[in-house]
Design a protein. Structure first.
Length: 131
């Protein structure tokens, strides 16, 4: 949780360090471990994204998504894909951004989450217009 506080305070280097320590001491085995690590990847990615380090953010979001493969965490996967889509767009990868947004929409539909669906629809619509 210190990483979250440091992120909110704008202490991004410290936040990255805290999240790295959390990853190092948290077991990755099992569904719960994988989910915890995916959440940490998401937090790391968000800090990298705030710093404009889009490639690093992309890597962390993809790691998180890999950890969620085969799980029932469709809503969380939708959020990760939506965030990844924004990073890809900002990194000049418009086609990849649109594909990630479409995948976010599919995951939101699987989850049955109206909030995730709204976000994915909005993102897909905006990206479609930009391309």
């Amino acid at each position: 949780r210190m990483g979250d506080l440091r992120t909110l305070l704008g202490d991004y280097a410290e936040a990255l360090q805290d999240y790295g320590v959390a990853q190092a001491i948290t077991p990755e085995a099992g569904a719960e471990g994988a989910l915890t690590h995916a959440r940490l990847n998401h937090r790391l990615a968000r800090v990298h994204h705030r710093l404009g380090e889009y490639a690093a953010a992309e890597t962390e979001w993809r790691r998180g998504l890999h950890l969620l493969e085969g799980s029932e965490e469709h809503e969380f996967a939708s959020w990760l894909l939506a965030e990844l889509s924004l990073a890809l767009y900002r990194n000049g990868k418009a086609e990849g951004a649109l594909e990630s947004a479409r995948q976010a929409l599919q995951e939101a539909e699987r989850a049955g989450s109206s909030v995730a669906l709204a976000r994915a629809h909005t993102l897909t619509s905006h990206l479609s217009r930009l391309l």
